[in-house]
Design a protein around this ligand. Structure first.
Ligand code: ITT
Length: 197
């Protein structure tokens, strides 16, 4: 199935394409007039509500165009810190922009617990059916930023299923199937079944 991914983040497209490609699906970034769509995101309501808002807006934007009826995908994700009661969650990109990774590290510097997890909620819809896949990648926040692969919080996130390196140091780790996004995409692949529909 051809799936148009409504996201502004090329890293997400690459990961989704690699996972869903194994099940025969083709993932392309949804561009309207050459640009990824911009969504209103009710971040205070959490990842799932944001993902639902994004898919509704994306389907609305393609209604009446030649893309109507296409399979559209959206995904919302974030990092959840144990020490701060699952903050920043859906606000992860804002926090990253506002205080940076050094800001996050300094908030944890007074001996607070360093457990954390990435979570993702992905939705595919063709305007009739709707399929939802979720995934969690458990880990901890490193003492310092290490590596420059990946994006976002990867230089300070050490996955439990890895070898002690951050995702920033261990780029292949992002394609090993252990990430929140890979798990959400694999679940979607199960739900979507064979690509012949
Ligand atoms: P779209 O909304 O356009 O899809 P985005 O990057 O803004 O792209 P989100 O709103 O879902 O995506 O925000 C996700 C943020 O969570 C992202 O900017 C990072 O700060 C963090 N994040 C999520 N998944 C991540 C990953 O795999 N590696 C590193 N940081 C991640």
């Amino acid at each position: 199935m051809r799936i148009l991914f409504a996201t502004s983040n090329p890293n997400k497209v690459e990961e989704a394409s690699s996972v869903l490609g194994k099940s025969g699906h083709r993932v392309e970034q949804l561009l309207l007039d050459g640009e990824p769509p911009d969504f209103d995101e009710p971040k205070e309501l959490g990842l799932e509500a944001v993902a639902v808002a994004k898919i509704q807006q994306a389907l609305g934007l393609i209604r009446g165009t030649r893309l109507e009826g296409s399979a559209i995908m959206v995904e919302d994700s974030g990092i959840f810190l144990d020490a701060f009661d699952d903050w920043p969650g859906a606000e992860s990109s804002d926090v990253e922009r506002e205080i940076g990774l050094e800001g996050v590290l300094s908030m944890l510097s007074d001996g607070r617990q360093r457990g954390a997890e990435y979570r993702a909620v992905a939705i595919v819809s063709d305007g009739f059916g709707m399929w939802v896949g979720t995934g969690v990648c458990r880990g901890r926040i490193s003492d310092e930023a290490r590596g420059d692969e990946g994006f976002g919080y990867d230089p300070i996130f050490v996955p439990d299923d890895g070898d002690g390196r951050t995702f920033g140091e261990w780029g292949e780790g992002k394609s090993s199937g252990i990430t929140h996004r890979a798990k959400a995409m694999n679940r979607l692949a199960e739900l979507l079944g064979s690509p012949s529909r």
